[in-house]
Design a protein around this ligand. Sequence first.
Ligand code: 0X9
Ligand code: ZN
Length: 464
Amino acid sequence: MKKLIWGFALTACLLGVAQAANPIVRIPNNAENWKLLHDLRIDYMARTPEGIDIVLDGPTRLKLQTQRARSLNVLRSSVEIMPDAESQFREVLDETRNSSPSGIYHTYEEMKEALDQAVAAMPDKIKLFEAGKTSEGRSIWGVEIKNPGTSGEKPSYLVLGSHHAREWISVEAPLYFIRDLVENYGKDAEATKLVDTSVIVIVPMLNVDGTIFSHKSQPMWRKNRNKNENGTIGVDNNRNYSYKWGVSGASSWAGSDTYMGPCAMSEAENQAVRALADKYGFVAAVSFHSYSDLILWPWSYTDKIKAKDDSILRKHGTEMGKIMGYRPIQSSELYPAAGDTDDFLYGEYGILSYTVELGSRFVPREAEYREIVKNAPKMLRYLFGTFREPLAKQVQAENYAIRQILEKVVYHKINPESLDSLSLYSKASIQGAMNDLDMDSLLQTQIMKALEHKETFSQLPQAQ
Ligand code: 0X9
Ligand code: ZN
């Protein structure tokens, strides 16, 4: 039940009146609030067009007592969406815990058992493998699903869960997809065809150490459990990938919940995903997260430009959104964040990549859980059954080539090579491609000016 935080209650909490719980509150999603959170190093739980969700714990309350925070009236118009951040985990456990320590949600051991059972059910078609080892020495398990008895060119697909420890539902969607294929192979034509004509790789729990820590110790934990140099713990696995690493929406402060790591790809979990991408050359990928009821696609690092394959990403994203009942948008429309899975897989490998933000809270209650694990396999069946040709083999128009060059100009200097390649095309074609990409207008002007004065372009103010 949502309720307004009244000025009175707010004053009470700002004055330091003891409060037992740490509520999750939703503050207006605007540029000032976003900058304030960043400057005050306040981590957010989720950011949607509707608002930014933050946990109002002791340190956050203190930070919001500053003059600037008060003048922005950050909390005045806030809405409390959860009386206590951790209560969502307790609610589910109260509702569903029987023999299993985490109720309907799989623990690490139960996840491994589920994978073992899938292998036992279809030993010729499902293979267990270790994708990597975490900093605490645990195995990151995955399965490869394919029918060695069928021949022909087989596109490969990747499904990932649990980049973020507290997003327990993100482990369930991949597990239920495996179950869907096991239970329906040989019975249902679509499932049978998918297994017979594809290679599907699924890693349900990538951030194993963090997820175990969230299950056992600190439910709201997000990062992995690697030790940082300054004594803090954890890197955000969804900020550590190498494509445009650190250019936006990631923190270089190790204590932050969005810490990008000491260098790109420093983390075992990220290296495991890279090794899989190198080995399989996936055609499409889906990384599950929670929460916000959203389907997201590249770019994540910038909102100054669309991806050159935006129309394809949008088309399938929209269909996926219909199946899940979620809103489909480019990631950076929410907030630019660099180093995420989609930008890496799409930017470095040309893989059609999506992030799916499941549900309306980190740990959906049982009714929502059932809905999600019913729909997620349908959504994956749709994407993998429909998108069969690698992006690289699809569109190759003149306009596409220009888009590819323009894409490189964002967050890089306008350099002689990019100008040389662009000057092969007419101004009208370049302008057309810029429009298609919805390119930031300042950037458009800079590029056009640089083209007009190619010899002296270095004296122009540079983008970024
Ligand atoms: O911030 C993230 O890593 C993802 N959201 S979450 O609440 N699960 O942490 C979203 C990543 C997608 N990228 C952008 N929204 N830019
Ligand atoms: Zn997440």
